[in-house]
Design a protein around this ligand. Structure first.
Ligand code: ATP
Ligand code: MG
Length: 575
């Protein structure tokens, strides 16, 4: 492609409203433009990167025996009612009515549509196993669309669904997708990790997320330094504390005592005033669970893990209550809330059940209670693992030390079992002649998010550094002097020959200064830059520069073609 002809509007200034680097660079490198919140147009250069990803995804899915189809984006509400998700999915599901007043929604995911198709078309165990996938635009009315392609409202997803006769076959299908995902992200040139994950509102029992490791990741993953264990912190189980470890006499329950703590509302202030450690205090946090208040008890130095809370309560949404909401629900000003005599629902982290003689708010301004004990002084509705794991905890599998890392979720695979097939009566006839529900799995990849994640992981102060497999063009040829016929002739010939060698090449044939072209080449992140300038006139030499490490090589045009081909095919065939 000739730069003079492509719509590739690069920006010199840094876009003000873009918070993360991939968003800034996608805008600056002319990849995307915003239409409205969380909704973007892919310009030719951005679309080319997106196409690289979906090509890799398609090849690997096909290799695994999955079949591509394409399902509708507009879906009838009645189908979603069959699984109860029309009500349960929450406001991320964009609902509307058509001209005949039929309730509809825009597909955020396609379990209902695919299950409907398969229950009509698949009858026998002979048709199984079956894996169907599509690469399609999804719509989710995200509460906080942000970070450009990372969390859009409209985005491109690959979603696949497997159908099997029994659990064993379904496990094989799951494993095949797990392996396929490993190949896909590896081929994309990304540094990633597969982690155990929460299975969320989609239902089902077992899942893994694939995380691209990058500092700006919205997810935190915990990994063991001694074994293979890795999990999303939303899911990572905290080992239950050994109950009441100290000798019994020290552990005797002391008399409850009300103490004045004037103006001390924060954990640190209360602890300083009472000369205790945060580990001797229990915080009472109020959450709104689908709008209703619930008090959650955790040790003073711990944090509530909201996904664990959500799962325990079986609700769609939990949100920390604001001060006024806490007051409205309990009549207690912030900072003095506690479980003794509280009137709303209370649940406790497992660690609280193992504590003795701790401090809590007294449900009265300027007072706390000392020597409080669960059971004697108050009761809770449930005791569960509700806190966020930390690096002070130990691996739930082997007891080894833990580390934390930030990640961007680019893929998610689930074992669904028969949740959907039972709800929607998707049955097949097994070899024994009996009708059984299909055993399902579902497998998502954020195709557009991968483009953003690749940039988060691969960039420098000058711009994008595309991994070679995802680069829209593998090399850019810079013609540094349009006025010079010899230079122009050599640049044009190189462009044609590189293309004839099967490469995707950008020829910068714009009438611009060299510095300007160098800057754009860096910003665009094209892996190899070939400069044809004065050195060519003098010695017949062109310069090959590697975008990633700045390495330069001086070669003649014939050598440069061989070299670039070598470098590109080495990167593409690396497996
Ligand atoms: P998240 O926790 O990031 O909201 P999710 O659990 O809702 O993700 P899935 O329903 O598993 O995501 O969707 C499959 C894949 O689609 C995700 O792994 C992610 O890569 C991608 N994805 C999900 N939501 C978005 C979004 N709003 N914008 C871009 N990609 C997304
Ligand atoms: Mg989501």
């Amino acid at each position: 492609m000739r730069y003079s002809q492509i719509l590739l509007p690069t920006l010199k200034e840094i876009p003000a409203d873009a918070e993360v680097v991939s968003h800034r660079l996608l805008l600056r490198a002319g990849c995307i433009r915003k239409l409205t919140a969380g909704v973007y147009t892919y310009l030719p250069y951005g679309l080319a990167a997106l196409r690289r990803v979906d090509q890799i995804v398609r090849e690997e899915m096909n290799r695994a025996g999955a079949q591509e189809l394409l399902m509708p984006m507009v879906q009838p509400a009645d189908l979603w009612r069959e699984t109860g998700r029309y009500e349960k999915y929450g406001p991320e599901l964009l609902r509307f009515r058509d001209r005949h007043d039929r309730e509809s929604c825009l597909g955020p995911t396609h379990e209902e549509v695919i299950t409907d198709l398969v229950r009509r078309e698949v009858r026998s165990y002979r048709d199984l196993p079956l894996n169907l996938y599509q690469i399609q635009t999804k719509f989710r009315d995200e509460i906080r669309p942000r970070f450009g392609l990372m969390r859009g409202r409209e985005f491109v997803m690959k979603d696949a669904y497997s159908f099997d006769a029994d659990d064993e076959q379904a496990s094989r299908s799951y494993q095949l997708m797990y392996d396929t995902y490993q190949r896909i992200f590896h081929r994309c040139g990304l540094e990633f990790r597969a982690v155990e994950a929460d299975s969320g509102t989609i239902g089902g029992s077992f899942s893994h997320e694939f995380m691209v490791l990058a500092k700006t990741g919205e997810d935190t993953i915990v990994f063991c330094t001694a074994c293979e264990y890795a999990a999303n912190v939303e899911k990572a189980t905290v080992r239950p504390p050994k109950a009441r470890v100290r000798p019994l006499e020290e552990e005797a329950e002391l008399d409850l005592e009300k103490v004045e703590t004037p103006g001390r509302r924060k954990v640190e202030a209360v602890c300083e005033f009472l000369e205790i450690k945060p580990r001797q205090l229990v915080k009472t946090m109020v959450y709104l669970a689908d709008g209703l208040p619930v008090a959650v008890l955790v040790r003073g130095d711990r944090e509530v893990q909201e996904v664990k809370l959500k799962n325990l309560l079986g609700v769609v949404d939990v949100e920390l209550a604001a001060d006024q909401q806490v007051y409205d629900a309990t009549g207690v000003p912030t900072g003095y809330l506690g479980p003794v005599g509280i009137t709303i629902r209370v649940v406790a982290d497992q660690e609280v059940a193992a504590m003795r003689n701790f401090v809590v708010g007294a449900n009265e301004k300027n007072y706390h209670l000392r020597n409080v004990n669960l059971g004697r002084d108050f009761a809770v509705e449930a005791v569960a693992d509700l806190r966020q794991i930390t690096t002070e905890d130990f691996c739930p599998v082997c007891g080894g030390a833990l580390g934390l890392a930030e990640g961007i979720e680019v893929g998610h695979i689930f074992k669904l079992g028969t949740v959907y097939s039972e709800a929607m009566q998707a049955l097949f006839q097994d070899s024994d002649g009996l009708e059984k529900p299909l055993v399902m799995g579902c497998y998502g990849i954020g195709v557009s998010r991968i483009v953003a994640a690749a940039i988060e992981q691969n960039h420098d102060e000058n711009g994008i550094i595309f991994p070679i497999p995802l680069a829209p063009y593998q090399a850019v040829v810079l013609n540094l002097s349009l006025k010079d016929a010899e230079i122009t002739g050599a640049a044009e010939a190189l462009y044609e020959e590189l293309r004839a060698a099967g490469l995707d090449i950008l020829l910068d044939d714009r009438d611009e200064r060299p510095g300007f072209k160098f800057k754009d080449a860096d910003l665009l992140g094209i892996p190899f830059r070939i400069t044809v300038g004065k050195r060519f006139l003098k010695d017949g030499i062109v310069e090959l520069r590697h975008r990633r490490d700045g390495l330069t090589e001086e070669l003649d045009p014939a050598q440069v073609i061989v070299r670039v081909r070598e470098l590109v095919s080495a990167a593409l065939n690396q497996e």
